[in-house]
Design a protein around this ligand. Structure first.
Ligand code: F3S
Length: 283
């Protein structure tokens, strides 16, 4: 059985950076916390917990003088301010691409633009981005949503980093159609699109797909959905232990991909387990 691993399976740049910063902070010892899970990987969160890093929901739960790690998709401006007021040592692991989106929103507000954020209103990244606006700010998920917004003379548009370019385009077109001045910052990061394209191609070339990543990871769930549409023999797992050897009955080629928050060690364990199952079959 041939095992084909997608080239960009696993950590994106921002998650890799955040994870390194978190493990470095954990290595230093002392009371260390994250505000919410550092990334959407229960296994990484558990490893950090074993090293003494606690995940809390609110700055108020953190002891004075501790270290707090800010997760890759950022936190709200007020939470960061609360951490500063509480004299916490801040390790800011916000992905630089997310940071850019936050900065653009702050600048747009300062320069008198009403801000339109293209994204999912309940996603923590979007809630963080929105919090940097000091004036009017709206979250939209389609061009239709733009039509329902109040009159605006100056509109500034930014996007959640994981949005598709087509989606941003649709919203911008709707903003332009309303008239007035429109300033657009393309804050999309292509890591998501690259993984999705690659996964789609791979799913079309194999008999079975294994998608690795947190069951709470939106980008991993999306990868599994893309695969399933092309190949019903798709399995979303978090760890190698969840693999059922029966999945590979009659399979010649198996494709493996992983979400942007899946660490390399989990991917390695999965590919090793598949190879071991194959050897058992032959032996
Ligand atoms: Fe950053 Fe893009 Fe990853 S925004 S966290 S590099 S998906």
């Amino acid at each position: 059985m041939e095992v084909i691993l997608a080239k960009h399976a696993g950590f994106c740049f921002g998650v890799k950076r955040a994870t390194h910063l978190a493990f470095d902070a954990a290595d230093k010892g002392g009371d260390t916390y994250t505000l919410g899970p550092i990334i959407h990987s229960p296994q990484v969160v558990q490893r950090l917990e074993e090293m003494g890093v606690k995940s809390v929901e609110d700055v108020a739960e953190i002891k004075n003088g501790s270290t707090v790690i800010i997760r890759s998709h950022g936190v709200a401006a007020e939470e960061l301010e609360a951490a500063v007021r509480a004299n916490l040592e801040i390790v800011d692991a916000t992905c630089p691409f997310v940071k850019k989106a936050q900065e653009h929103v702050a600048t747009l507000s300062k320069e008198g633009y009403d801000v339109v954020v293209v994204g999912d209103a309940v996603h923590p990244e979007v809630q963080g981005i929105v919090s940097y606006a000091t004036g009017r700010v709206y979250v939209v998920s389609s061009g239709k949503d733009v039509e329902r917004l109040p009159r605006m003379a100056k509109m500034g548009v930014v996007a959640q980093t994981t949005q598709s370019f087509e989606h941003l385009n649709e919203v911008v077109a709707a903003c332009l159609a309303r008239g007035g001045e429109t300033r657009v910052y393309n804050t999309i990061c292509d890591a998501t699109a690259v993984r999705q394209e690659e996964t789609k191609k791979l799913a079309g070339e194999v008999d079975c797909m294994i998608v690795i990543g947190g069951f709470n990871s939106a980008n991993t769930k999306r990868l599994a959905q893309i695969c399933r549409e092309l190949l019903p023999r798709t399995h979303h797992i978090e760890t190698a232990g969840q693999i059922d050897p029966a999945w590979f009955e009659g399979v010649q080629r198996v494709g493996v991909t992983a979400g942007a928050s899946t660490p390399k060690w989990l991917i390695d364990e999965v590919t090793e387990r598949i190879s071991a199952i194959d050897k058992d079959k032959i032996g």
